[in-house]
Unconditional design. Structure first.
Length: 585
RNA sequence: GCGCCUGUAGCUCAGGGGAUAGAGCAAGGGUUUCCUAAACCCUGUGUCGGAGGUUCGAAUCCUUCCAGGCGCACCA
């Protein structure tokens, strides 16, 4: 059933890529030579190209969509293609016959065996020599393996953007983990990314924070602060901390001053305190930003007024019932929205619109906003506003992160910042550790509601899959220590046969660039953990079956090369998730 | 009511037209004179929410129903 593919001449470089062109998005399953860290064209692309040629030779047909994939059943070969099945209609005959015809005309020197199987799949087994070359390619790319050089317009990625009214909660943690990892992944995929955190220190919530702190502050002196609505105040422990810090700094000086004037001092103190805490938490969670964008700067620069005037000039804003409205229903929104309230203050949308215009004017090609699912109604509005300003609606790309449902022993923990009843991101990291927290957050799709049982998380932290992946990395490090060889000096791959477990591992490693590109293109992070766990599984199996440090020098070198490549991929992959790759465990 | 999302093993979740639907946890059994046993191997479980349809082929696409989440502010 398997037979040798005919061999003739060198392989053509995969120029015309498989599949129909997909706009400006980078190719996924066929890349141009040199596009990736390595200098090799992926095996899939080479196979697809060879299949196209063979189909042309055998049937005189030019196929555009030729898919080559990894079969989930290893006994089916290293790669498989469904060309014959997918194009059975074109050929107007039995898929198996078609497949055989293509196989007979196929020239692919890097393939050992090729055969027709099942309903008409074409299965390939790659030669050990080709495997060796691929492995060498990974090693020569080194830490750049899987990365692409930056090109194209810059993308501004906004995430977390929690207002400074308290500590980051476990829910924010999911945003931080997702956003930061996505930024790293997009960067690796060759997209230029700038990360921003947008926050405001004005508005209702902030005013409440100030009052809450003032009330606690007065309480510290046994006094009472005149608050408008005691019920509405923030009740969290941290309010007391801020009040005490304030007392520490300024003593009793606000007690007898005019409340409004005092609040003008107290409120900024409170927001600064909160913001500093948030930054600390972000740093601890290894989450970085290129810029913290303050809403206030939009007031100061007059950008908000400018944007509103422009909307009026364009005839997309109007006055009614004492408010200024955006005619967003003209641009796909359900109804019109208020920009300026009756009392003259802005809604959240007005400055945010100015902010997005600012992003545009700074030259970004795309703005990706990571928002909580509780803001699901917001994207159509802000997009309407963007279009009303004459900008393309595609400029904005919103990713909604579903809620984190916190449980403790199966019981739901109600999260309410105002009631002070919430689990902070810091507490979560205290309990399970930074690595496990970050890994756990991105292990499931951000589009799915997540159940996070703290009791289970703590209990399972030893069993967390992140350790499974890290352990594979530590094991490899241990081998190199024993061998007294630096992984980075391991470049040569002596010729020889690769065993089943080695091929399975290597095939997985070769998938890394595509995993990154797919994740970046779909703005999904969770494929990475899934992928890394597969790599770790393949490695652990290889490790169990084969001894790396054997007497036979070329065999030892070849296995060390495979280990070095695995280590590279695991370290890079974990790094993309903001998780450490330990040398020892 | 309208819109978006979700429903896959006991639990947490992958897979999103192809060959026998997977992983981790949980349950049971086994593996270490040898590079870290945080590992490996074996054992069992699924009406892929239900029903129709499209296709050579559907967990995957379409329609509809059921269940759950979120949204539909002059809050942010």
């Amino acid at each position: 059933m398997w037979h040798r593919g005919r061999v003739r001449g060198p392989v053509r470089e995969g120029r015309g890529r498989g599949g129909a062109g997909r706009g400006g998005e980078p190719a996924v399953d066929g890349r141009a030579a040199g596009a990736w860290g390595g200098s090799l064209v992926s095996l899939e692309a080479r196979l697809a190209d060879a299949l196209r040629q063979a189909a042309h030779e055998a049937y005189g047909v030019q196929l555009d969509g030729v898919h080559v994939e990894r079969p989930n059943e290893t006994s089916h070969g290293d790669f498989a293609s469904n060309v014959a099945l997918a194009n059975a209609k074109v050929f107007r005959r039995n898929p198996r016959e078609v497949a055989q015809g293509i196989v007979d005309a196929l020239e692919a020197p890097f393939v050992d065996d090729v055969g027709v199987a099942g309903p008409g799949f074409i299965n390939f087994r790659v030669s050990s020599q080709a495997f060796g070359e691929e492995l060498g390619g990974i090693l020569s790319s080194g830490e750049d393996y899987g990365r692409r050089e930056a090109s194209g317009a810059s993308i501004v990625l906004e995430y977390v953007s929690a207002n400074p009214t308290g500590p980051m909660t476990a829910a924010h943690g999911r945003h931080a983990a997702y956003g930061d990892s996505l930024a790293r992944i997009m960067d690796a995929s060759g997209r230029k990314v700038s990360r921003e955190y947008y926050f405001n220190d004005g508005g209702n919530q902030i005013r409440l924070l100030g009052e809450s702190v003032a009330a606690r502050y007065a309480e510290l002196f046994g006094r009472e602060w005149p608050v408008s609505d005691p019920e509405a105040l923030y009740k969290g422990e941290y309010i007391r901390d801020i009040a005490e810090a304030l007392k520490e700094k300024d003593g009793d000086r606000y007690l007898d001053s005019d409340p409004a004037e005092a609040l003008a001092q107290i409120t900024p103190f409170a927001t600064d305190w909160c913001m500093a805490g948030i930054r600390e938490t972000l740093t601890r969670a290894r989450t970085g930003f290129d810029r913290f964008f303050n809403e206030k700067s939009l007031y100061d620069s007059g950008e908000i007024v400018k944007v509103i005037e422009e909307l009026e000039e364009r005839g997309h804003a109007y006055r009614s019932e004492g408010a200024l409205w955006l005619a967003s229903s003209k641009f796909g929104d359900d109804k019109d929205r208020v920009l300026v309230k009756k009392d003259g203050s802005y809604t959240y949308m007005a400055p945010d619109l100015a902010y997005h215009r600012d992003k545009w004017e700074r030259g970004f090609g795309t703005a990706v906003d990571v928002l909580g699912a509780d803001h699901a109604g917001y994207p159509p509005r802000i997009r309407a506003g963007i279009v009303a300003l004459g900008l393309p609606g595609e400029f904005l790309d919103v990713e909604l992160v579903r809620l984190v449902k916190l449980l403790r022993g199966g019981e739901q923990v109600k999260v309410s910042k105002r009631a002070g009843n919430f689990v902070t991101f810091d507490e979560l990291m205290d309990e399970v550790g930074e690595d496990a927290a970050r890994y756990f957050y991105v292990r499931s799709s951000h589009r799915t509601e997540m159940n996070f049982d703290l009791a289970v998380a703590v209990q399972q932290s030893d069993e967390n899959p992140v350790y499974y992946v890290q352990y594979a990395h530590a094991r490899i490090a241990s081998i190199f220590r024993r061998a007294q060889v630096e992984p980075s000096n391991t470049k040569d791959v002596p010729p020889g046969q690769f065993a089943l477990e080695e091929r399975a591992l290597l095939l997985e490693l070769l998938d890394f660039p595509r995993v990154i590109e797919n994740a970046a293109a779909k703005r999904e992070v969770h494929p990475l953990p899934t992928y890394l766990e597969t790599v770790a599984t393949r490695f652990h199996r290889f490790y169990t079956v084969h001894q790396v440090l054997v007497e036979n020098e070329s065999l030892r070198a070849r296995r060390l090369a495979l280990c070095a490549a695995t280590k590279l991929v695991l370290a890079s992959g974990l790094n993309l998730l903001g998780v450490e790759a330990p040398e020892r465990m």
